[in-house]
Design a protein around this ligand. Structure first.
Ligand SMILES: Nc1ncnc2c1ncn2[C@@H]1O[C@H](COP(=O)(O)OP(=O)(O)OP(=O)(O)O)[C@@H](O)[C@H]1O
Ligand SMILES: Cc1cn([C@H]2C[C@H](O)[C@@H](COP(=O)(O)O)O2)c(=O)[nH]c1=O
Length: 197
C-alpha cells in the first residue's frame, strides 16, 4: 500500500513548523516521515539552497534574480522528491511536509518573478511528483504573523497570494484553509481530524 502526502503551507510566522512538530509528537513514528521541505540535513542540496537563500553574501553572491533563486529551490525539491519522498511513499510511509512548491509560486511571484516562468519551473517539479498529490494540503492562515518583524505589506501580499493559490488548487485535491487563531491544541485537533477523514 502506498503512503499519503500531507502538506502545510502559509507565509512566515503563521505556525506551520509548530503544528508539524506537534503532529510529529502525536502520530506513530513508524507510519510517518516529517520534513521541512526540501530538508536541511548536512550534505544535502536542500541545506545548500537554504543557506544560499538566506545568506547569499556568504557564497560571494552580490545579486540574484528572483527567478534564479526559485530555480535553485526547485532543484532542491526535485532532489529530495527523487531520493527520499517518492521512496517513502512507495514503501507505505505517510509524509508530512512543512512547505511545498506553493512557496515557489507565492514567494517567487510576490518577489517579482514572472508567473509564466515560475509555472514552468513548478511544472518540471510536478513531473517528478508524477501521480503523487497531497491527500490534504493545509494552508495555515492568520491575519498577522506571530513573533516576526515582517514588513506587513509584503506579508499580506504573500497571504493573499496563498489564498488565491489554495482556491485554485482545491479543484485538484483537498485543501483546508485553517485559521490558527485559537490554541495550538485546538488547531491540531482540527488538523488531525481532517487527516483521518
Ligand atoms: N496557536 C498558536 N497560539 C500561540 N502561539 C502560536 C500558535 N501557533 C504558533 N505559535 C507561535 O508562533 C510562532 C511562529 O510559529 P512557527 O515558527 O511555527 O511559524 P512558521 O509558519 O513555521 O514560520 P516560518 O515559516 O517563518 O518558519 C512561534 O513562536 C510559535 O510558538
Ligand atoms: C520551499 C521554498 C521556500 N521559499 C522561501 C520561504 C521562506 O522565506 C524561506 C524558507 O525559510 P523558512 O525558515 O522555512 O521559512 O524560503 C521560497 O522562496 N521558495 C521555495 O520553494
Amino acid at each position: 500500500m502506498t503512503g499519503k502526502l500531507f502538506i502545510f503551507e502559509g507565509p512566515d510566522g503563521v505556525g506551520k513548523t509548530t503544528l508539524v512538530q506537534e503532529l510529529r509528537g502525536r502520530l506513530l513514528s513508524s507510519d510517518f516521515e516529517f520534513l521541512s521541505f526540501p530538508g536541511r540535513d548536512e550534505g544535502t542540496l536542500g541545506r545548500a539552497v537554504y543557506q544560499i537563500h538566506h545568506t547569499p553574501e556568504a557564497f560571494g553572491i552580490k545579486q540574484m534574480s528572483e527567478l534564479a533563486r526559485q530555480a535553485l529551490h526547485i532543484a532542491a525539491h526535485i532532489d529530495v522528491i527523487e531520493t527520499r519522498i517518492r521512496p517513502w511513499i512507495a514503501s507505505g510511509k505517510n509524509v508530512v511536509l512543512d512547505r511545498f512548491w506553493w512557496s515557489t509560486l507565492v514567494y517567487g511571484g510576490v518577489g517579482g518573478g514572472t508567473q509564466r516562468a515560475l509555472k514552468k519551473l513548478v511544472g518540471a517539479e510536478e513531473t517528478v511528483w508524477g501521480d503523487i498529490k497531497p491527500t490534504v494540503a493545509f494552508l495555515i492562515d492568520r491575519d498577522s504573523p506571530i513573533d516576526r518583524r515582517e514588513d506587513l505589506t509584503y506579508w499580506k501580499a504573500l497571504r493573499e497570494s496563498y489564498v488565491d493559490l489554495a482556491n485554485r488548487e482545491r479543484e485538484k485535491y483537498t485543501v483546508e484553509i485553517v485559521r490558527n487563531t485559537g490554541t495550538i491544541d485546538q488547531t491540531i485537533a482540527y488538523v488531525e481530524s481532517a487527516m483521518m477523514k
